[in-house]
Design a protein around this ligand. Structure first.
Ligand code: AMP
Length: 235
């Protein structure tokens, strides 16, 4: 392990790709942080949940195979998930590096990822683990609503629409993602937190995990991440 700022090393021409992992339970804010960081660092944001939802919306065989697991709040089997994600990571959009969000979620996925990267002389540079207590997670996720037409997200507590239940932009009735309903959120946490903790343990062994307090406001968490990954990210 080294204290060298990872963002600086990622900018060297010919240097290995900068691959960062954002880990956190549903509602921890990893998607939000991943999109901020991907803009700041110029890296693609690869979110396994989004890839699965896109496959589902297009009705591809992968989407159909994942549907039942997603609706039950369960993890999609490793075999399908690893194949899908590795394909994304090999595409030209990830040539400079990537922020991985939602993958790996099991030790099997982590091992497959490590092996694929190692075969090319690459590795995960840092694992940013955003920690939030369970009850706060449930409240956060169960309060999320989205406009089905323009995809604008809202939150009952922190970002409510001007008129309850309606999108500010187009007045369309807001919807809750099926897997954001409180009972599904609990199921997702019960099933998904233990393997996530095993993934953290897996990377603790390599000494590359940074633990971040995810109860802070979004900007505070971003600031903490910038501090961990180096000064370049803060510019
Ligand atoms: P997310 O938006 O990351 O919460 O993902 C939505 C759903 O997609 C999850 O509840 C799982 O069913 C599935 N999924 C996403 N990422 C993975 C993964 N790495 N391994 C297995 N299933 C996943």
């Amino acid at each position: 392990m080294t204290d060298e700022p990872v963002a600086d090393r990622g900018s060297d021409p010919g240097a290995e790709r900068l691959i960062l992992l954002l880990v956190g339970a549903v509602g921890a804010g990893k998607g939000t942080q991943a999109s901020i960081l991907s803009r700041e660092l110029g890296l693609v944001h690869l979110a396994s949940g989004n890839l699965f939802r896109a496959a589902l919306a297009k009705g591809t065989p992968l989407g159909e195979a994942a549907r039942g697991y997603m609706e039950a709040g369960e993890l999609v089997p490793d075999e399908l998930t690893i194949a899908m994600f590795m394909e994304e990571l090999a595409r030209p959009h990830a040539a400079a590096g990537a922020i991985l969000d939602g993958f790996p979620r099991t030790v099997g996925q982590a091992t497959a990822l490590d092996e694929t990267l190692a075969a090319k002389g690459e590795r995960i540079r840092r694992v940013l683990y955003i920690e939030v207590p369970t009850e706060i997670l449930i409240r956060r996720v169960a309060g999320r609503w989205v406009c089905p037409r323009c995809s604008t997200p809202y939150h009952e507590d922190t970002d409510p629409p001007k008129v309850a239940g309606q999108c500010d932009r187009d007045g369309v009735a807001l919807r809750q993602r099926d897997d954001d309903r409180p009972e599904v959120v609990r199921a997702r946490l019960d099933k998904q937190v233990p393997p996530m903790l095993a993934v953290i343990d897996h990377y603790e062994v390599a000494g590359i995990v940074d633990r971040l307090d995810g109860t802070k406001p979004i900007e505070g968490v971003t600031e903490a991440i910038r501090g961990r990954i180096g000064a370049r990210a803060a510019s």
